[in-house]
Design a protein around this ligand. Structure first.
Ligand code: ARG
Length: 456
């Protein structure tokens, strides 16, 4: 057992208690953040004359050595240490002696872990945002390639009105763009440094908290030491941002699963992104999309779990807060993995354009346009709606689409119809005449804006 306390204890901690309390097995992830935070703290202590130049230099050298050895694999983060903070301090003291014991001057593990976690989450936010950017680039490529690939747009999963693949994916572009922007705003709000908050009430040493904050790339030191050690809002905000991203990935996955069914056949998954069945030789399953949809629950769970952990905690630090780590780490790994896989799946799948177009031509997706045609001939929209409803019924009885229905049948219901009805309800016309901002006929502007957002 290697712990940072013990003076006031007369008995050894029970082994079961020690194991229950210890966090090294998972907070080892904070190693680099812990070393970075410690180095900044030591530089500040030295600048303030709390440590001598020699002590400061010795500690910094020691910390760099530990970092180097962990990086090159000669030092393993393991052993009976209580947590990552104990590990670093113990190895340091073992290596450099007395000076190592001064590292923790003017610091508590409470502000230390709060700082480590912030540094770690900040880095992960940047990585998540970069992965989202790659996904957005892939979506933009699909939009550019499929401006004239017609497909049915749906409401209630019933064919509604024709759109294009470009326009449909434009919706996902908007969703993942918001996700990326959401991460940026979480980052802006979280970028304050808790180091120097001490256990909860600051310290008696003349620390320069702004200097430490600056060294660590924060915008400044946090304004209240009690909040500094007990705030985990930024973890919650990040987890909720990840949960929303997973919700978006899950919706896209669900569409991919539907499009991949034998009934739809809108897409062909690449062999590298599909799996087979052990018994049914014909199968090509969309397991990756299903797993992304399935893993979404874990990330929602993490966001919910941490809210529950935090809701009853009195100020300031409580050990419950150690529970912020495993679930957050899992949510981060899961979401980053899913974004990567979605990007790869999208870049490798093929859209079956003829099949999508055929489907868009069936199911009366152009019925609204037929009604709009009558409006153009002076028929009030409500009456036009009734006329087309009747014609849809006729089509269903005859097994025809609106495009195939003879002009006599149109005229029998309403004399305002002319030969130009067929052009007016073609897929191309249905899409291109919807030119209002954000509509399928205005997708060029949408693509240009998306490109500008990505700096392309
Ligand atoms: N492992 C702890 C955590 O993750 C570090 C802080 C410990 N502080 C304390 N007072 N026991 O929260």
């Amino acid at each position: 057992m290697a712990q940072l306390w013990g003076g006031r204890f007369t008995k050894e901690t029970d082994a079961l208690v020690y194991a229950f309390n210890a966090s090294l097995s998972f907070d080892r992830r904070l190693f680099f953040a812990d070393v970075e935070g410690s180095k900044a703290h030591v530089k500040m202590l030295t600048k303030q004359g709390i440590l001598t130049e020699e002590e400061g230099a010795q500690i910094l050298q020691g910390l760099d050595g530990i970092k180097r050895d962990v990086e090159n694999g000669s030092l393993a983060i393991e052993g009976g240490y209580e947590d990552i903070h104990s590990f670093v301090e113990a190895v340091l003291t073992e290596r450099i002696g007395e000076a190592g014991k001064k590292l923790h001057t003017g610091r508590s593990r409470n502000d230390q872990v709060a700082t480590d976690m912030r540094l770690y989450i900040r880095g992960e936010i940047d990585e998540t945002a970069a992965l989202l950017e790659e996904l957005l680039c892939e979506i933009l490529a699909i939009m550019e390639a499929h401006k004239s690939t017609y497909m049915p747009g749906f409401t209630h999963l019933q064919k509604a009105q024709p759109v294009t693949v470009a326009h449909h994916f434009g919706a996902y572009f908007s969703m993942f763009k918001r996700d990326r922007e959401r991460l940026k705003s979480v980052r802006e709000r979280m970028n304050v440094c808790p180091l120097g908050s001490g256990a909860l009430a600051g310290t008696t040493y003349p620390l320069d908290r702004e200097y430490t904050a600056e060294l660590l790339g924060f915008d400044g030191a946090c304004t209240n030491s009690i909040d500094g050690v007990s705030d985990r809002d930024y973890v919650l905000e990040y987890l909720n941002a990840l949960a929303i991203t997973m919700m978006h990935l899950s919706r896209l996955s669900e569409e991919i699963i539907i499009w991949n069914t034998n009934e739809y056949r809108f897409i062909e998954l690449d062999d590298t992104y599909a799996t087979g069945s052990s018994i049914m030789p014909q199968k090509k399953n969309p397991d990756i999309a299903e797993l992304i949809r399935g893993k979404t629950g874990r990330v929602f769970g993490a966001a919910q779990s941490l809210l529950v952990v935090m809701k009853g905690l009195p100020l300031a630090y409580n050990k419950d807060m150690q529970e912020d780590k495993e679930l957050t780490f899992d949510a981060i790994d899961t979401t980053k993995g899913c974004i990567r896989l979605m990007t790869g799946m999208l870049s490798s799948l093929t859209f079956r354009a003829p099949r999508m177009e055929q489907s868009a031509g069936q199911g009366f997706a152009n019925a609204t346009d037929a009604a709009d045609y009558l409006v153009g001939k002076g028929v009030p929209f409500r009456d036009a709606h009734g006329v087309i409803g009747k014609l849809v019924l006729t089509c269903m009885e005859k097994g025809l689409s609106l495009d195939e229905l003879p002009l006599e049948d149109y005229r029998a219901v309403c004399p305002a119809f002319d030969e130009d009805i067929y052009e007016a309800i073609s897929l191309k016309a249905c899409v291109e005449r919807r030119k209002t901002k954000g509509a399928p006929g205005a997708v060029d502007e949408e693509i240009a804006a998306a490109g500008a957002y990505l700096g392309k």
